[in-house]
Design a protein around this ligand. Structure first.
Ligand code: PLP
Length: 422
């Protein structure tokens, strides 16, 4: 099936007499006929459902749709985008390990990496969004296990050179993990540029209607764990918590996702509720229609803002002259996303006054849904970060993040115009 058909039809193919729409399997548990059948499931010798913390049919159907959209071999959903990035790293790193990350990432991910994972004994080195191949290479250590970045960073809208990142990761024998939340598989499929693992906050464009927090983790199946077996004992050595089963031997290309489900989801329990998977699926059914509209609206708004005298600076990858314009033309030829970062001339108070005067473009701690919204990261999402960390994450103190929705373009511009005029 083509991408647009997967959005509508993927993941759930009912048989005779079954519901046309993926049902909400609102059940924690599943029935078997005898103890032996259940025991085989616990030993991972049979596949089947037994407890919804590990797997649930509604959640799996939607995971299969996202996996197909990304062109992966296996995928899983979680309770949030935060959980997806946590599992992506913890599935291959343990205390004493290290990974390298672009600093141009979501503030919550930055905190997870810089503060919380450090407490778990997993260390990170950040490299700036415009770091050269040599600078990124220099961040690698003998205990480095992964390279991480965002296709388009939140909120800086900086574009990751996935091909270059993949080249560096593979030269060092580690996988490239890419958070593809802002681009979505409609505008970019990171596996096609060499990424090995993709994560999502499905809370954003995929859900698209701001109804359910969620995350996704998808494996391309391309990274050869066995070729670097000494680095990835969790995947290539027997798991004592599963009777000495070795994931790469037992599950081949499914090893990464099986381990993340059987071990991390079992122990950490960040599962997605079936009801939320159902809502996410409704969003996915129109993803291919909404994303182009977000992009065409944002392109027009960015061009309009760039011409306004009150605007001090603006970042949007679709603007000619933007630092990432050429890279976006190559990697995101159909458009980037609906998010624009800009600053106003004047003080921080002027920026806040501008946002307060907006009418239907509301101030919310959210981004990338059907309704236009705005946020001042330094005062809101990123307020835990110091000024240095802010700059490292590509967030200027005066940065306004405008998430352009799918309303009528002239109404969006009229709202911005009245707030700027005042
Ligand atoms: C929002 C976001 C996250 C975190 O996702 P939640 O669903 O809010 O936990 C991770 N990465 C990116 C790029 C995001 O925009």
């Amino acid at each position: 099936m083509k991408r647009d058909t997967i959005c509508v039809q993927g993941g759930w193919q009912p048989k005779k007499g079954e519901p046309r729409i993926v049902p909400i399997y609102q059940s924690t548990t599943f029935k078997y006929d005898n103890s032996e059948q259940m025991a085989r499931l616990f030993d991972l010798e049979d596949s089947g459902y037994f407890y919804s913390r590990l797997q649930n049919p509604t959640v799996d159907a939607v995971a299969a749709k996202i996996t197909a959209l990304e062109g992966g071999v296996a995928g899983m959903l979680m309770s949030s985008g935060q959980a997806a990035n946590l599992y992506a790293i913890m599935n291959i790193c343990q205390a004493g390990d290290h990974f390298v990350s672009s600093a141009a990432i979501y503030g919550g991910t930055y905190n997870l990496f810089a503060v919380t994972l450090k407490k778990f004994g997993v260390d990170v080195t950040f490299v700036s969004a415009d770091a050269s191949e040599e600078e990124i290479q220099a961040a690698f250590q003998p205990n480095t296990k992964a390279l991480f970045g965002e296709t388009i960073s939140n909120p800086g809208v900086e574009v990751l050179d996935i091909e270059m990142y993949a080249r560096i990761a593979h030269r060092n024998g580690v996988p490239l993990i890419v958070d593809n939340t802002f681009a979505t598989p409609i505008n970019c499929r990171p596996f096609e540029w060499g990424a090995d693992i993709v994560t999502h906050s499905t809370t954003k464009y995929m859900d698209g209607h701001a109804t359910a927090v969620g995350g996704a983790l998808i494996d391309s199946g391309n990274f050869d764990w066995e070729a670097h077996a000494e680095k990835y004992p969790g995947l290539t050595q027997p798991d004592e918590s599963y009777h000495g089963l070795t994931y790469t031997k037992a599950f081949g290309k499914g090893a990464f996702i099986t381990k993340a489900t059987a071990q991390l989801m079992r122990d950490l329990g960040s599962s997605m509720a079936p009801q939320n998977a159902f809502l996410l699926n409704l969003g996915l059914e129109t993803l291919h229609l909404r994303v182009p509209r977000h992009c065409s609206n944002a392109q027009a708004v960015a061009e309009w803002l760039a011409a306004r005298p009150e605007v001090a600076w603006i970042h949007y990858p679709g603007l000619k002259g933007d630092k990432f314009y050429d890279l976006a033309q190559k990697q995101l030829p159909d458009g980037s996303c609906g998010v624009i970062a800009f600053g106003l001339k004047g003080s921080r108070e002027d920026a806040i006054a501008f946002m307060d005067r907006l009418k239907f473009i509301s101030i919310v701690t959210h981004v990338a849904d059907a309704r236009s919204c705005v946020l001042h990261p330094a005062s809101h999402t990123h307020r835990q970060l110091s000024d240095d960390q802010l700059r490292e994450a590509g967030v200027a103190p005066d940065l306004i993040r405008l998430s352009v929705g799918i309303e009528d373009l002239s109404d969006i511009i009229a709202d911005l115009a009245q707030a700027l005029d005042k």
